[in-house]
Write a protein that binds this ligand. Structure first.
Ligand SMILES: Nc1ncnc2c1ncn2[C@@H]1O[C@H](COP(=O)(O)OP(=O)(O)O)[C@@H](O)[C@H]1O
Ligand SMILES: [Mg+2]
Length: 299
């Protein structure tokens, strides 16, 4: 089999994508597949499309805009090119955090209280019970444009900062407690991971600097919460029409599970969360990539 790996691009997550792409490419090679690397300079495959069509399968290793929001998926579908993971529609929905929260709420799933704003004229008296807020772009990943504020006066500054990354900004009630992520692969929910950032919040640097976070897998949250959070993750995956794999982010506060967001193209470097959990489940990085390819071909 001949596989094209797409990575890079010019989203805010292009550096992470390069690492995912190179790791996936290595894995494909060691699985005996022929590989071609497509390191994109921009968020476009206009120059690559004819070459991409010659492959049996394309592995999207992009994160963020273009690669994860359904735009690239749509182009590949129009050209009958097989690729990994969710289709254009599910990808688009999942990249819209407030949309996912609405879907979750309609199904009885708890998510932090929130508002969506498109400018900083945030004069409404926000009536959350918490005195801390999380301000983040509605459609981005890797915690870019993310700020926690504990003083309402700083809200406009934080909104302006997030508006640099997206036209819609999510103002969320801050939820303390444990940071949990749940990977889903095919019909299986893989071991749950607890993330413990060494200082402050799970922001971009805690995510990508070695040693800035600790991980517990399987998370030490007891059997009841483990099965509840796994069940909730799977429901969200299904409600949004996700295929093959995804990773769902949560907080657990006072034994209550809060849904934060779902990622359709989670990080895939050898040290990323999804491969860490797959490893506990008995799948090497190579096995995981092969599983994703095989499940995606059957879509
Ligand atoms: N409402 C919230 N309360 C507490 N922490 C939050 C909240 N929203 C986000 N966070 C923190 O910020 C991180 C990034 O937010 P998330 O919604 O997962 O977006 P993304 O990973 O796409 O940047 C989370 O992993 C969590 O640590
Ligand atoms: Mg996240």
């Amino acid at each position: 089999m001949n596989i094209g790996i797409i990575f890079g691009g010019d989203s805010h997550e292009s550096e992470v994508s390069k690492n995912s792409g190179l790791a996936i490419s290595q894995a494909c090679k060691s699985l005996g597949y022929q590989t071609t690397n497509y390191l994109l300079e921009t968020n476009s495959i206009d120059n690559e499309i004819n070459s991409l069509k010659k492959h049996d399968f394309v592995f999207i290793a992009l994160h963020g805009t273009f690669g994860e929001d359904g735009a690239l998926q749509k182009i590949l579908e129009q050209n009958n090119i097989k690729y990994n993971g969710s289709d254009q529609f599910a990808s688009k929905k999942c990249f819209n955090k407030s949309f996912c929260k609405e879907i979750a709420i309609n199904d009885g799933i708890i998510t932090p209280d929130f508002y969506v704003v498109e400018s900083n004229i945030c004069n409404d008296n926000i009536g959350f019970s918490s005195s801390k807020y999380v301000i983040k772009p509605n459609s981005q990943g890797s915690s870019v444009g993310f700020k926690v504020i504990d003083n309402y006066e700083k809200i406009n500054e934080a909104i302006d900062n997030a508006l640099d990354f997206d036209s819609k900004v999510l103002i969320e009630e801050y939820v303390g407690g444990a940071e949990i992520t749940v990977p889903i692969l095919g019909d299986e929910v893989l071991p749950v991971i607890e993330i413990i950032p060494k200082k402050g919040f799970y922001d971009y640097s805690s995510k990508y600097t070695k040693g800035m976070s600790e991980y517990v897998c399987p998370a030490d949250i007891g059997t009841k919460l483990t099965s509840e959070i796994k069940d909730t993750a799977q429901r969200i995956h299904q409600l949004l029409g996700c295929e093959v794999y995804s990773r769902v982010d949560f907080k657990i506060y006072n034994d209550e599970v809060f849904f934060l967001e779902i990622n359709t193209l989670p990080g895939m470097t050898e040290t990323s969360l999804f491969p860490m959990s797959a490893n506990k489940h008995g799948y090497s990085f190579k096995d995981l990539i092969d599983k994703i390819i095989k499940l995606s071909q059957k879509k």
